[in-house]
Unconditional design. Structure first.
Length: 132
């Protein structure tokens, strides 16, 4: 490396180089999350963490001056954290309701009975076994 010219470092071959079919592999099937799942997750997280952060912020602000006659910053920020946590509970309940409805709608569609007059699975008139 004592030469006066700068030589670039050798580049390693790409992982797909030399393969017959580069970029092929096991197919990945992405399934969307059911409606309401993110509402439940975010609502539970918000309901759990908002009062804690309210208490933390109130502790950082301190007790306040009792001579001013205003609210104690610790109590005020904790109250605001509890209110925000209440909105988190509301969000989790609404998301849970959507999630519950989604799964029960799928279950109802899977159990749906055949229409009258259509061939069924219980040996009703019109089955293929009757036509033989």
């Amino acid at each position: 490396m004592s030469s006066p010219t700068h030589e670039p470092a050798p580049v390693a071959p790409a992982p797909d180089e030399g393969l017959d079919h580069p970029g092929t592999g096991r197919p990945v099937v992405l399934e969307p999350t059911p409606p309401g799942l993110w509402g439940v997750l975010l609502g539970v997280g918000l309901a759990a963490l908002a009062p804690l952060f309210g208490f933390l912020i109130g502790g950082v602000l301190g007790r306040g001056d009792p001579a001013e006659g205003s609210f104690d910053p610790l109590a005020l920020s904790l109250f605001i954290g509890i209110v925000v946590g209440g909105f988190g509970v509301l969000l989790a309940v609404v998301g849970g309701r959507r999630l519950w409805g989604h799964y029960h709608q799928q279950a109802a569609e899977a159990v749906e009975e055949p229409e009258p007059g259509e061939p069924g699975e219980r040996g009703e008139p019109g089955d293929r076994a009757d036509n033989a």
